[in-house]
Each structure stands twice: as structure tokens, then as C-alpha cells.
Design a protein around this ligand. Structure first.
Ligand code: 6R9
Length: 631
């Protein structure tokens, strides 16, 4: 491809050009795609109003840039290789031609069942090929997909359905994960009791477990696809038409629907994919994320498929049937680029080298990480034992809101440093500010990470509440997008992400708002008040520590804690269950009634030597009690 960067000096040159003349730079990248009509203007923006437009008035369909585009050149090349949970079960390979047919077929199913351009469709599915087909079919007919991670509870699902007023849910009967078979359709049924906008539910068969099908509402995927043909003409979309909504946690209680649009997202995910991973046409690429997260959207589905790559989709977990499962898959498909989360690396590292040594891992060329800071020990283990010392590690920093990778080495080109995301991609202009918003120039500085110029795949709005988008991202520091992350720029100009500076915690690479977990805990009838903080956790990166004021009403502390965990499980899902719960007589509060989280964080970190001045608290006596009862 024309815009593939091949060496370090080309990177510096591309970066310079992207800053000197962004319109020429991105126009040239965008020219490689198929547009039904080209743009009038490359970029237009006003950060104060959170108003950003890329490729204004251009017309396209993103799926034509995957399906029609590669049909003749790569028709027989595997597009998606699906590896099931159980290694004894046979996998599925879909070539570009077969994917084309399946997407068209399902596009016809969507249309036949009343889906029109602009309608919202929820995808609540495990990691099966139908999930990717569903996303692309939505994009093809112009519907807005919103994938909800299949581990979320029925009430979290209902909130998302209601927030975007979805018309349809695409789901499966069940989900195989490790040794478990988890109900999925049942969760949808429960959720839909609280929803009024859903007209149809289409169910893909996976586990063949028995499910209830509601007459007039529920349909089987295989029956519906059997009724339609495999030809479909893609809907014409505007560059700024919504492509998808993805809900993510912030520092307030309610998850927000991050909106991405069509043209810019397409250009940036493809550009970043080919450059960061240095993908070559015969490579096999594997990202272990779930399609329920942004990483799955941008770097399992869109980025790789827009690049004509072979992308692996894995249904299972890293430790089933044993802790060698990832490495077995790498050898089986001769994976060249492998992309995972630090939490998975740490979890596998804990099993030692026995599960690694049976595998050759000699096809690997590039290793990647995403989702949270990687500690140096895990970095070295990954580098030495998985990459055998010869594979560059791309530590990719980005967010649901950024749509694509922002700061990362380009594999093999950018010299790496453990735990550093290194340098920004072309077009990305990071800026470090202090608490007052003053720019910290030069190297050897540390502060809050902002971006002060638009990039094509950035968030456009938070669904249904544009003011929230302005308030969350564009108001803290005027004229800049605020990431919520702390960062250091070292003497070489390399960036190291230090973690969130807001009330968001990162558990196993999953973003969680402390307020969101608190709201769930407070649903327990005996809970009076709660405060949640993160603490360092060996495997998960951060664990969830909950301080809870509650009546015991004759229950033992242990059973009460179990009940609280069950409540959180029910309201959000297993990923939000607190690792530690401490029942406390009170929470440290300022005179204006604000919880002093700083103190709670210190106690959770087991660092009570430097609590600072607690005398200004409304209730200083409570601090000693909390320290005494710490877990
Ligand atoms: C892609 C994704 C975003 C938050 C982000 C930051 C953390 C992501 C990171 C990283 C250090 C990296 N994060 N990548 N921290 N190094 N390479 O993870 O999106 O789920 O929205 O999370 O994750 O704190 O702000 P999302």
C-alpha cells in the first residue's frame, strides 16, 4: 500500500508532513479507499463545541472497502479464521468471497426484518463468526451497531438497549467459554422485560441449549438466512453517518455511548493497523480481544479486514484446556502478529514456562499489547519467552474514544523501551499539561495527556447527549481533547502512560467507573453508602476494593459480602465484582461532604505512612478504624 511506512526516517517524515499539512496528508491516505463520492473538505473542527467532521460530504459504504474491494484480488484468501473454544472442534475459515456472501445474506435478513438506515441494532454475542458478520451487515445496510460484551448482565444490557432505543437484538443461544456453557439468550429475555423498543431478536445457534423463542419477536439466524439470497447492494452513507456506538465507563455512574462515524474511522483503523503491525499480505494476524470492546472492533474486524488481512477470531480463554492454548493456536495457524492484553500475559506468566516450551512460536514476527500499562517484568517475559528475543513489542496506547491506536511503536521500525508506548502515530499531536492546563513543553516532563488536533477516528459525540461529550472530553482543558490519562515524556521524547487520573479504574484491561460499581453495590438493600477504589493487583493490574457502610441485620460479614458481590454481578456482570470488601463504620469526608478517595486509595494500597493531613476531615476518627480493618 502506498501509505505503508517502511523505515524510521519515513515515519519521521510522515509525522512532519501530517503536522505541517494535515489535509494533504490525510487526503492522500483516504485516496486509497473506494468512495462513491469524494469529500469537499478533509477536516473541519471546533473543539469547544466538540464538533468534528472528516471527509465532509463524501459518500461511501465501509463494507465496499472490504468486500467488493477484495473480491477479485483476494477472493480465496482467508479473511476470518475462527478457532473454537474446544480445540477438538473444527474451526471455520471464511474467505473474502465467503464473507462477502454471508454479509450480504445477513444484510438481506436485516432489511427483511424491518431494519432501515440509522436504526440501532444491539449485538450481544459470544466470539463466533456471526458476531463479525452481524457488525458488517449492519454497516452495509446503514444501521448503527452497538456491540455489548456478552459477559454483561441483563440489567447492563437493558440500560444500553434503552439508551440507544435499539430496534433489534442479535444474539446466540449460549456461549462456550472454557469448561463452561453460559446462557446468552436467557439474559436477553430477562433484559427485554425492561425494554420497549425491540421489535425482533435474531438468535444464532451455537451451544444448542434449549431456549425460549417468543412468537412474533424471536427468529433463528439459520432459518432467516435460508430465506434470502446472497446479493445485496450496499447503502450509500455519508462520511459522517454513524457507524457504531460503543458503551464505555467514565467517572460518572452511567456508561456513555461513544459514537464513531464512517469515513474517518475507516481511514484511521486501516492506516494504523498496517503501520503499527507492519502487516504484509501473506501474514496471519491474531488479536485476542473480544469484539465487545473497541480493540475487537478496530483490530479484529475493521482494521485488518480493510487491509485485506487474515484475522483470527478466538472463542475461548487463554487457560482452557490448559495454559498453552494461545501458543498452540499461534503454531497451528502460523500466526505472525499476536496482539493481547498485559493482564493475559501476567496470568500466563504465573503458570511458568512448562505450558510454553512444547510450542515453536517461530512464525511470530510482532507482539502487541493494549488496554493497560505493561509492567517491565511482564514485558520481558513476553519478549524473551514468547517472542524469543526477536519480536518487537508494540505497546499500543489508545481508547474507545480515540477509535484507533494513538501512541505506539511501528513494529520493527521504532526502537522500543519496556513499558513505553514510545511515539505518536502520524497525525496524532499529544500535548502534556499540568493541572491548570499549562502546556509542559520539552522532554523530561510529566502531567496530563491531551491531544490538541483532531484525528480521523476520534469520538464524535456521546449518544443522545452531546453536552456530556463536551463536558467529559473538551472542557477540562480548553481547546484540547482530554484523555483522562497521566503520562510522562522522557528525555528521548518517548511517552510512558502512567494510568488514569480520574475515577476510572482498569481491571484486567477493562475500564470501570468507580461510581458505576458504587451504584451497583448501593442497590443491595442493606448498604447505606459505599466507596470504590482501585489497588495494585498482581494479575489484573488493578483490583476493585470496596468500602461499604451497611447494616448486618444478623448476617455474618462473610455472607453479607457474598450478597454484595452477587448484587454487582447481577447489575453489571462478573468483571465488576469487588476483589475486596471492607465493612466500615463511616467514610472519610471533607467538610463539604466529599469522600476523600485519596485516603481510601492509600489504605487499599497498604501505604498508610503518608496519609497527609486528615485533621480537616469531618470525621477524622473514622480513618483509624478503616486502617485497623483493612483487608
Ligand atoms: C484500547 C482500550 C482506555 C484506557 C486508557 C488507558 C488504558 C490503554 C494502554 C493503556 C497504558 C497502554 N490503556 N492502552 N494504558 N498503556 N498501552 O483499551 O480502550 O477500554 O477505552 O481503555 O486504557 O488508561 O485511557 P479502553
Amino acid at each position: 500500500m502506498l501509505t505503508k511506512i517502511e523505515n524510521l526516517s519515513e515515519y519521521f517524515l510522515a509525522y512532519e508532513k501530517s503536522v505541517a499539512n494535515p489535509e494533504t496528508f490525510w487526503g492522500r491516505v483516504a485516496n486509497q479507499f473506494f468512495w462513491r463520492k469524494k469529500w469537499d473538505k478533509v477536516v473541519d473542527y471546533n473543539f469547544e463545541k466538540a464538533d468534528v467532521k472528516w471527509f465532509e460530504n463524501a459518500k461511501l459504504n465501509i463494507t465496499e472497502n472490504i468486500l467488493e474491494r477484495y473480491l477479485y484480488t483476494l477472493g480465496d484468501k482467508p479473511a476470518i479464521i475462527w478457532e473454537p473454544n474446544d480445540p477438538k472442534e473444527k474451526g471455520i475459515t471464511l474467505t473474502y468471497k465467503q464473507l462477502f456472501e454471508k454479509v450480504c445474506e445477513f444484510s438481506n435478513v436485516l432489511k427483511k426484518n424491518g431494519i432501515e438506515k440509522g436504526d440501532r441494532v444491539i449485538i450481544y454475542m459470544p466470539m463466533i463468526p456471526e458476531a463479525a458478520i452481524a457488525m458488517l451487515a449492519c454497516a452495509r445496510v446503514g444501521a448503527v451497531h452497538s456491540v455489548v460484551f456478552a459477559g454483561f448482565s441483563s440489567s447492563a444490557l437493558a440500560d444500553r438497549v434503552n439508551d440507544c432505543e435499539a430496534k433489534m437484538v442479535l444474539t446466540s443461544d449460549g456461549n462456550f467459554r472454557g469448561a463452561k456453557s453460559i446462557p446468552v439468550k436467557e439474559v436477553v429475555d430477562e433484559a427485554l422485560e425492561k425494554c420497549t423498543t425491540i421489535e425482533k431478536v435474531i438468535v444464532a445457534q451455537r451451544t444448542k441449549t434449549e431456549v425460549t423463542m417468543k412468537a412474533g419477536r424471536d427468529l433463528w439466524w439459520h432459518e432467516e438466512t435460508a430465506k434470502v439470497d446472497t446479493q445485496h447492494k450496499a447503502e450509500e452513507m455519508d462520511s459522517e453517518d454513524m457507524l457504531f456506538i460503543l458503551y464505555t465507563s467514565g467517572s460518572t455512574g452511567k456508561p456513555k455511548g461513544v459514537v464513531h462515524t464512517t469515513g474517518g474511522y475507516m481511514v484511521y483503523t486501516q492506516y494504523s493497523f498496517q503501520n503499527v503491525f507492519q502487516y504484509n499480505s501473506d501474514d496471519v494476524y491474531w488479536c485476542t480481544a473480544d469484539v465487545g470492546w473497541i480493540t475487537g472492533h478496530s483490530y479484529i474486524v475493521y482494521g485488518p479486514l480493510l487491509s485485506g488481512a487474515t484475522t483470527i477470531m478466538f472463542e475461548g480463554v487463554p487457560t482452557y484446556p490448559d495454559a498453552g492454548r494461545f501458543w498452540e493456536i499461534c503454531d497451528k495457524y502460523k500466526v505472525n502478529q499476536f496482539y493481547t492484553a498485559p493482564t493475559a500475559i501476567r496470568a500466563l506468566q504465573a503458570f511458568g514456562l512448562d505450558p510454553v516450551t512444547p510450542y515453536k512460536l517461530d512464525s511470530l514476527k510482532v507482539l502487541g499489547t493494549v488496554g493497560e500499562p505493561i509492567n517491565e517484568e511482564a514485558w520481558h517475559w513476553y519478549h524473551d519467552h514468547i517472542g524469543k528475543g526477536k519480536c518487537p513489542i508494540v505497546d499500543t496506547w489508545w481508547q474507545t474514544e480515540t477509535g484507533g491506536i494513538m501512541i505506539s511503536p511501528l513494529a520493527g521500525l521504532t526502537p522500543t523501551k519496556p513499558a513505553y508506548a514510545t511515539l505518536p502515530l502520524p497525525g496524532i499531536r499529544p500535548i502534556i499539561v499540568d493541572a491548570e492546563g499549562k502546556e509542559l513543553k520539552g522532554n523530561g516532563v510529566q502531567g496530563n495527556l491531551c491531544i490538541n488536533f483532531p484525528w480521523p477516528s476520534m469520538i464524535r459525540t456521546t449518544y443522545g447527549d452531546h453536552q456530556r461529550c463536551i463536558d467529559t472530553y473538551f472542557s477540562t482543558y480548553k481547546g484540547m481533547y482530554f484523555t483522562g490519562d497521566g503520562v510522562k515524556r522522557d528525555e528521548d521524547g518517548y511517552y510512558r502512560i502512567l494510568g488514569r487520573v480520574d475515577d476510572v479504574i482498569n481491571v484486567s484491561g477493562h475500564r470501570m467507573g468507580t461510581a458505576e460499581v458504587e451504584n451497583a453495590i448501593n442497590e443491595h438493600p442493606l448498604v447505606v453508602e459505599s466507596a470504590v477504589v482501585g489497588y495494585p493487583h498482581e494479575i489484573k493490574g488493578q483490583g476493585i476494593y470496596a468500602y461499604v457502610i451497611c447494616d448486618t441485620e444478623g448476617r455474618t460479614e462473610a455472607s453479607l459480602k457474598d450478597e454484595i458481590k452477587a448484587t454487582v454481578n447481577k447489575i453489571i456482570g462478573p468483571i465488576a465484582k469487588p476483589d475486596k470488601i471492607q465493612i466500615v463504620p463511616g467514610l472519610p469526608k471533607t467538610r463539604s461532604g466529599k469522600i476523600m478517595r485519596r485516603i481510601l486509595r492509600k489504605v487499599a494500597e497498604n501505604d498508610t505512612s503518608s496519609l497527609g493531613d486528615t485533621s480537616t476531615l469531618l470525621n477524622p476518627e473514622v480513618v483509624d478504624e478503616i486502617i485497623k480493618g483493612a483487608q
